[in-house]
Design a protein. Structure first.
Length: 305
């Protein structure tokens, strides 16, 4: 099956966006010298109110110095979560969408599209052969892929996002409302990118029904959904979403509605939309031109921490 290929392409595109580059100079931290025996004895014998905060009993430490009882994994997860906005209403949704459009041109997004375009170009010569191979006359296979065209439709994906958004708003669950809002923004942004491309390229579908084959809208919107879920909840909780997106993409080949290059580049566009909407602090980069000995200019790219 081609689902593993599509999922692997998604991993490559996400890796391209997060490719580590030379980091900015770090501040040298010199460890403190250990106290001598007499100094340590004096420190231990000092009254509690004269000891440093880190040597006081827990009940005498300032409120902000109390030990954190959360597990390290929980702290790490919180650090990777996108900040929950104060407002998640319709005004915030539309306002954020405008900001997302401004953020769309970026180096990570360009990397994703370059990888997606390279993979799509690599499989392009085999498009016809792959589609012919996936045609099936078995009722069980046809029944297995039949739901794909519905699951990956814009109507179903938007309905799922609206449900999450409405639940979060109605039951006062800001994180759920934020997830639903980002899903809606990513899906709207996906449609804004996909539809002009379809009409500009004008590639005929494998079944000859129209000239809107490239790129695949079903693949784009389902991968946008999966990317938003991954950015909110992490890879482990988004595996099912990526599997479902790969299933939808494969179903489009089985149904003879798209070629493999269509769904590969469609997944790249969806990934770009999802990553543009859900941004973390580590997603921002600094580009500084520097002179090169002997003449010329190099671009020094660092990730903002």
């Amino acid at each position: 099956m081609l689902a593993p290929i599509v999922i692997a392409a998604a991993f490559l595109m996400n890796a391209a966006a997060e490719q580590p580059l030379p980091s900015s100079p770090q501040v040298l931290q010199v460890p403190a010298q250990p106290l001598g025996a007499s100094q340590q004895q004096d420190a231990d014998s000092a009254p509690d109110d004269q000891k440093p905060d880190d040597q006081k009993p827990d009940d005498q430490k300032p409120a902000d110095q109390k030990p954190d009882d959360r597990k390290p994994d929980d702290q790490k997860h919180d650090a990777k979560e996108p900040p929950t906005p104060e407002h998640t209403g319709l005004h915030a949704l539309l306002g954020n969408l405008g900001a997302d459009i401004v953020r769309l041109p970026s180096v990570p997004n360009l990397n994703i599209l370059l990888v997606g375009g390279a993979v799509a170009g690599g499989v392009y010569p085999f498009d016809q052969q792959i589609n012919a191979h996936l045609q099936s006359h078995y009722d069980a296979v046809n029944a297995f892929f039949a739901p794909g065209k519905y699951i990956g439709s814009t109507q179903v994906q938007v309905a799922f996002s609206l449900s999450a958004y409405a639940y979060g708003r109605f039951f006062d669950a800001p994180k759920v409302a934020h997830l639903g809002m980002d899903l809606l923004q990513a899906q709207i942004l996906t449609e804004m990118l996909i539809e002009p491309l379809k009409f500009a390229v004008g590639r005929e579908r494998p079944d000859g029904s129209d000239n809107q084959s490239f790129p695949s809208g079903h693949s784009a919107i389902t991968f946008a959904t999966a990317t938003v879920i991954e950015r909110h909840l992490g890879w482990r909780k988004s595996v099912l979403a990526y599997v479902l997106a790969a299933y939808v993409a494969t179903s489009r080949l089985h149904d003879n509605k798209h070629y493999l290059s269509d769904v590969v580049f469609g997944s790249a566009v969806g990934t770009v939309a999802g990553r543009t909407v859900v941004h973390h602090a580590a997603d921002y980069w600094t580009l500084v031109p520097v002179s090169v000995p002997g003449g010329g200019i190099a671009l020094y790219v660092t990730r903002t921490r």
